[in-house]
Design a protein around this ligand. Structure first.
Ligand code: 5RP
Length: 229
């Protein structure tokens, strides 16, 4: 599996051209991409400051010599040429579930402001229907149980508060994650529309209509799925 991840990471790094404004995703596949990109930077590729979508990616990018933007600054990038990220599940429409690594909020910001959003996955992530992977929803800690109850009522599932050692997992943004075991999502946009207005919900891990392309690594090498307009 790690060889497959390495292959898609290398293929994505090869897509980067000098001067591109980049979003750097999170998770093990995205970290391999950051390493591959770092090797290109070491051999002379010049890049403006990129957006890292998690503290872990920030650390990896620094170690790889990739310049990074300060996202707390008013001068932070507001558009990207290319964002590359992993995913937990991807369907034929290039809709995805993300957030297995609890980085979905920053990942969605990068994906949304990118002219081109490309997901890189191994073949195990390709599904007929989204939902077997529990849908992560980022919520503010204040009143998280109320948000959880609203999600339960709206979606008919019991959200599970994601735990870390010694208590709830806290995201890079200081929030909690509720994992929602939907099993099968018939209409991803309808689920997204139901979640977004719930007070306390910061973001959810459904990425619908965002990706232009998915690179999938399988036994026969890397294949590309592109979105049909
Ligand atoms: C993190 C993510 C990751 O991209 C997703 O979990 C895939 O990770 P990996 O490449 O390790 O399988 O959404 O929030």
């Amino acid at each position: 599996m790690s060889e497959a991840k390495r292959q898609v990471a290398e293929a994505a790094a090869a897509m980067v051209k000098p001067g591109m404004r980049l979003g750097l995703g999170s998770g093990s596949t995205a970290l391999l991409y950051v390493e591959a990109l770092g090797r290109r930077v070491a051999s002379g590729l010049t890049l403006p400051p990129a957006i890292a979508t998690s503290k872990a990616t920030e650390e990896a990018a620094r170690a790889a010599g990739i310049p990074l933007a300060d996202m707390m600054s008013a001068d932070a990038p507001t558009r990207l040429d290319l964002a590359v990220d992993g995913a937990d599940e991807v369907d034929a429409d290039l809709s995805a579930i993300k957030g297995g690594g609890a980085c979905l909020l920053r990942e969605k910001i990068a994906a949304t402001i990118a002219d081109r959003f490309v997901m890189i996955v191994d073949a195990s992530k390709r599904v007929e229907r989204l939902g077997r992977f529990p849908l992560p929803v980022e919520v503010v800690p204040f009143g998280w149980a109320a948000a959880s109850a609203a999600i339960a009522t709206g979606l008919g599932v019991t959200p599970v508060l994601r735990m870390a050692e010694g208590g709830p997992l806290v995201t890079d943004n200081g929030n909690y994650i509720l994992d929602c075991p939907l099993e099968a999502i018939a209409d991803a946009r309808a689920v997204a529309d139901l979640l977004s207005p719930i007070p306390g919900v910061v973001e959810h891990g459904l990425f619908v209509g965002l990706a232009e392309e998915v690179l999938i690594a399988g036994p026969e090498g890397v294949t590309r799925l592109t979105r049909t307009p």
